[in-house]
Design a protein around this ligand. Structure first.
Ligand SMILES: N[C@@H](CCC(=O)N[C@@H](CS)C(=O)NCC(=O)O)C(=O)O
Length: 256
């Protein structure tokens, strides 16, 4: 039973799954699913044509939170979901916040940093992003208190948040260590974990060579939470212009 991960060092969701695999010490083969040359292979396992996808023998799992839940159930050594019911609910809630809100804020900022675009960021977008990240930082500071990890022991909360938080400086929405000292201490500690050191190296190397990767850099792949964030913050004119001018890609239908 060999595990295969359709991955991308560019995707916080794939990074989360890869860190869980490494935390559990599971052997796996990684394939860069976002290379245009691998799109057909990715589409064959996930109709949405999104990474991550995990295959384990003849089992296929899509969607990062489902993949992590599968891994914790199938390979229970070194769990990432806490056994304590309250901590488990909190860890899952932080994973969901990372996947839905934090991802939307950071990815929606990243288009003007990483893609080939002729326009500049819509006025006000960076301020709205900073305001939402401040809400996240305040809640994280409170959740952490003086603990080492967000839910006590290392859990999916830390692993889901980490890849996103590594991008906050480049996206100009970084937290201030003097305002959020617990968060500063947590982030410094996370960066020293072997799974995080390996993750940062892969992400850094990938971004440094981004021009060489055969990726889609003109059209943006849109889905639910990222669209919601744009519309909820008043950037519908910009978004509809993107559609009208053909700079969008949509997920395909996905059925089990
Ligand atoms: N809900 C999905 C979201 C995955 C997702 O958004 N994947 C993005 C990369 S971050 C993707 O594969 N996009 C397709 C593309 O960019 O072509 C999950 O949790 O796995």
């Amino acid at each position: 039973m060999a595990i295969k991960l359709y991955d991308s060092a560019f995707s916080p969701f794939a990074r989360k799954v890869r860190m869980v695999l490494e935390h559990k010490g599971l052997a796996f083969e990684a394939v860069d699913g976002l290379l245009r040359s691998n799109h057909a292979a990715l589409k064959a396992v996930n109709g949405r044509v999104e990474v991550p996808v995990l295959t384990d023998g003849d089992i296929t799992v899509v969607n990062s939170a489902d993949i992590v839940a599968y891994l914790d159930f199938r390979y229970p050594e070194k769990p990432v979901y806490p056994a304590d019911p309250a901590a488990r609910v909190a860890a899952r809630a932080w994973e969901r916040t990372a996947d839905t809100l934090v991802d939307a804020v950071l990815v929606n900022l990243s288009y003007w940093k990483l893609l080939d675009r002729d326009d500049t960021m819509p006025a006000g977008l960076l301020d709205k992003a900073r305001a939402d990240m401040a809400v996240v930082y305040t809640a994280l500071e409170r959740s952490l208190g003086d603990r080492e990890f967000v839910c006590g022991a290392l859990s999916i909360a830390d692993i889901a948040l980490f890849p996103h938080l590594t991008a906050t400086r480049a996206m100009q929405v970084e937290f201030a260590k003097d305002v959020h000292p617990n968060l500063g201490r947590w982030f410094a500690g996370m960066r020293k974990l072997p799974i995080c050191i390996d993750d940062q190296r892969r992400a850094r190397d990938y971004i440094a060579a981004i021009k060489d990767h055969d990726l889609e850099k003109k059209r943006i792949f849109w889905r639910g939470d990222r669209i919601e964030w744009m519309l909820a913050h008043g950037f519908h004119d910009w978004f509809f212009k993107e559609i009208a001018e053909g700079r969008v890609l949509w997920p395909g239908p996905s059925v089990p």
